[in-house]
Write a protein that binds this ligand. Structure first.
Ligand code: IDC
Length: 467
């Protein structure tokens, strides 16, 4: 029965995506654009989302500690965090920005920065905001003052959290925000200016890589291309302008409509101009939640095969959108219950996908529990071993190909003299560090980072094997 359900859904997906043949024709392996650090090196980002605990907490800060960051680094050598922030915390009253909250976020940013992480601030929302129900049992993100339900119901008897999106009150809250109703044109403006306040606070913070403008946008009663090319694009344009008025350099990460695109459907997000001087710093940051897994199947047998097919369509459609946007790709969320059969294989599959696309990724999420790297007792789930992979944290050139195995890593790149290439090597495959096939290598045992100085031009194939 369950199988029949996802086969029907996938058949619909194939039709919508334009068919298998159309989806695989004429798509490059990577979009040819990459996220870069302040030196201009290509960054391959690997990390986690913080944390579901952020959503309900009164201070909206993660229930994690500095020791948790140390542990994560020791076990997996991550260099990236998608750090959840909340509009309701940034702008608790209309036009009033909570500088104390931003100071606390800055403290977290400092902890990550001291450990070599790049931070992307993600203005998170699910289901609009905490005020969609009187008790805050569902929803996070938007402030209560921006929540206009017009007395429409939000039934709390739901089979999954996602189905709240269909509740009349939730749809109305979004319709007011996107100005579909024409009654609250001020809301999008508030949102864009809240981002300006955040960017003004973090523009000079070297640990902050950039800003993820909205988690999983939902159009309310306007959906699909009409939403993405309409009100969502309008919000992005306004927010990009506000951010760039204070911060010319931070990367701006744009998400598509989540529903459908998370499964592999095409996005209709249009191109956005970046008003900064120099090369644009706008990146495309979709999520990946293959439909068979979303519907509760494991990554095994027939559903594995279908999942792999949908991941192929996802990649092709993401690259098409990225090409239209002129943007590098960052996978902002993927994740699953790591105690289920095949879960570690899915993580492996996604890591390879990222390698092929030259894209970074943030796993959902760092919360303790079956989806996370550690369970409630702090014991590692299979995610830790699956995610602890050799990877080039920073590349002194433009990547052509990245391939990791348990005991080797090959990075092919066109050197551009932007700096040395830094490679993380996990203890499991590389107990004594690594040997580089090219250039001069220095091993930092404490950080488990091999720094390789190669020639500064021409194509280089750098192979790292255990020392
Ligand atoms: C989920 C949390 C879950 C919570 C729900 C709603 O894991 O505990 O009840 O949000 O707040 C997303 C969202 C992300 C979701 C995640 C997993 O961006 O907020 O977290 N997910 O369901 N999109 C697809 C999956």
């Amino acid at each position: 029965m369950k199988r029949a359900r996802w086969i029907v859904s996938l058949a619909a997906l194939v039709v919508l995506a334009g068919g298998v043949a159309a989806a695989t024709r004429g798509v490059p392996e990577s979009g040819g654009r990459f996220i870069t650090d302040e030196q201009g090196r290509t960054l391959i980002l690997r990390g986690f989302n913080t944390a579901g605990s952020t959503k309900g907490a009164p201070d909206t800060l993660p229930e994690l500690t500095k020791a948790d960051i140390d542990l994560e680094y020791r076990d997996m050598g991550t260099n990236f965090v998608r750090f959840l922030i909340m509009w309701r915390a940034v702008e608790p009253q209309p036009g009033v920005y909570d500088t104390k909250y931003l100071d606390k976020v800055a403290e977290w940013v400092r902890w990550y920065g001291e450990r070599g992480y790049h931070v992307m601030l993600d203005m998170h929302q699910d289901l609009w905001g905490n005020a969609i129900t009187p008790t805050g049992v569902a929803g996070n993100g938007a402030p209560a003052w921006a929540t206009h339900l017009d007395g429409l119901p939000v039934d709390t008897d739901q089979p999954t959290w996602e189905t709240y999106y269909l509740e009349p009150g939730v749809i109305r809250a979004f319709d007011h925000f996107w100005d579909t109703t024409g009654e609250h044109p001020e809301l999008m403006d508030h949102y864009a200016k809240a981002w300006k306040a955040v960017a003004a606070r973090f523009k000079d913070d070297p640990a902050v890589l950039g800003y993820d403008l909205m988690n999983e946008p939902w159009g309310g009663s306007v959906q699909g291309p009409r939403f993405e090319a309409g009100p969502l694009a309008a919000l992005y344009r306004a927010t990009i302008a506000e951010i760039r008025s204070v911060d010319p350099d931070g990367w701006i990460f744009l998400e598509p409509q989540a529903v459908g695109v998370n499964w592999g459907l095409p996005s209709a997000l249009p191109h956005f101009d970046d008003p900064r001087d120099g090369a644009p710093r706008i990146a495309y940051a979709p999520h990946l939640y293959p439909l068979p897994l979303d519907l509760g199947d494991d990554y095994t047998a027939g559903s594995k095969e279908w999942t792999d097919r949908t991941i192929g369509w996802w990649r092709d459609n993401v690259l098409r959108t990225a090409d239209r946007l002129g943007a590098p790709v960052l996978l902002g969320e993927f994740g699953l219950d790591m105690t289920r059969p095949g879960a570690a294989d899915l993580v492996d599959r996604v890591v390879r996908l990222g390698e092929g696309m030259g894209a970074g990724m943030a796993y959902w999420s760092r919360d303790p529990g079956s989806w996370g790297p550690y369970d409630e007792k702090g014991k590692a789930t299979p995610l830790v071993a699956a995610y602890a992979r050799p990877y080039p944290r920073a590349i002194g050139g433009v990547p052509v190909d990245i391939r990791s195995e348990a005991r080797s890593l090959t990075v092919t790149f066109d050197a551009n003299g932007t700096g040395p290439t830094e490679i993380y090597l996990p203890a499991a495959g590389f107990p004594d560090g690594g040997r580089a096939s090219e250039g001069e290598a220095t091993w930092d045992a404490a950080r488990r980072v091999l720094t390789v100085r190669t020639k500064t031009s021409g194509r280089i194939t750098l192979t790292i094997t255990p020392a």
